[in-house]
Design a protein around this ligand. Structure first.
Ligand SMILES: [Zn+2]
Length: 151
C-alpha cells in the first residue's frame, strides 16, 4: 500500500486509511486524480441516464395543456357520442381532412364546442350528411360531452 501526506497534518498515512492515525481527520488522503475523473465520468453517465429516462417518460405522458392533444380528445369524445346515436354507425364517415384544432372552438369556463359532420345511412338506407354540434369540457386531460345536437 502507498503512503501519502495527510491533507491536514501532512504526515505520511496509508492511501487506504479511513482516518489519519496522527491527527484523526477522516479521509486523510484525497482520491487520486484518476479516481476523481472516473467518479466524474460515472456521475455524467448517471445524469445522462436519468435525463434519458425523464425525457422518455415526459414524451410519452399525456400533455393536458397541448391544444392539439386536447382537440383530438374532444373530437374523439364527440364522435363516439354521435356513433351511439346513429341508426347505422358502421356506415358513419366523419369529416376528414379538417384539422381537429379547426373543429374545436373554445368558449368560457374550460368548455369547448366541436363542429363536425357525419355521413351515415339513415333508417331508409340513404346516405345523408348530419351536422354535429357538440358541447364539451376538458378537465385534466379527460374530454367529456355535455350535450350534442345533430341536424
Ligand atoms: Zn493527519
Amino acid at each position: 500500500m502507498a503512503l501519502k501526506p495527510c491533507r491536514e497534518c501532512k504526515k505520511e498515512v496509508s492511501t487506504e486509511a479511513a482516518t489519519c492515525p496522527h491527527c484523526g481527520v477522516s479521509k486523510p488522503v484525497p482520491p487520486s486524480e484518476g479516481a476523481q475523473l472516473a467518479g466524474v465520468g460515472c456521475f455524467i453517465l448517471v445524469l445522462l441516464a436519468a435525463g434519458y429516462c425523464f425525457y422518455s417518460v415526459a414524451s410519452e405522458a399525456p400533455r393536458p395543456n397541448d391544444p392539439e392533444d386536447r382537440s383530438v380528445a374532444l373530437v374523439v369524445a364527440c364522435e363516439q357520442r354521435v356513433l351511439a346515436r346513429l341508426k347505422a354507425p358502421a356506415t358513419a364517415q366523419f369529416s376528414k381532412g379538417v384539422h381537429s384544432t379547426q373543429m374545436v372552438q373554445s368558449i368560457e369556463g374550460g368548455r369547448f364546442v366541436v363542429h363536425d359532420y357525419v355521413d351515415a345511412q339513415n333508417v331508409f338506407g340513404a346516405k345523408i350528411r348530419t351536422n354535429v354540434t357538440c358541447w364539451t369540457r376538458y378537465d385534466n386531460g379527460v374530454a367529456s360531452v355535455d350535450s350534442l345536437r345533430l341536424e
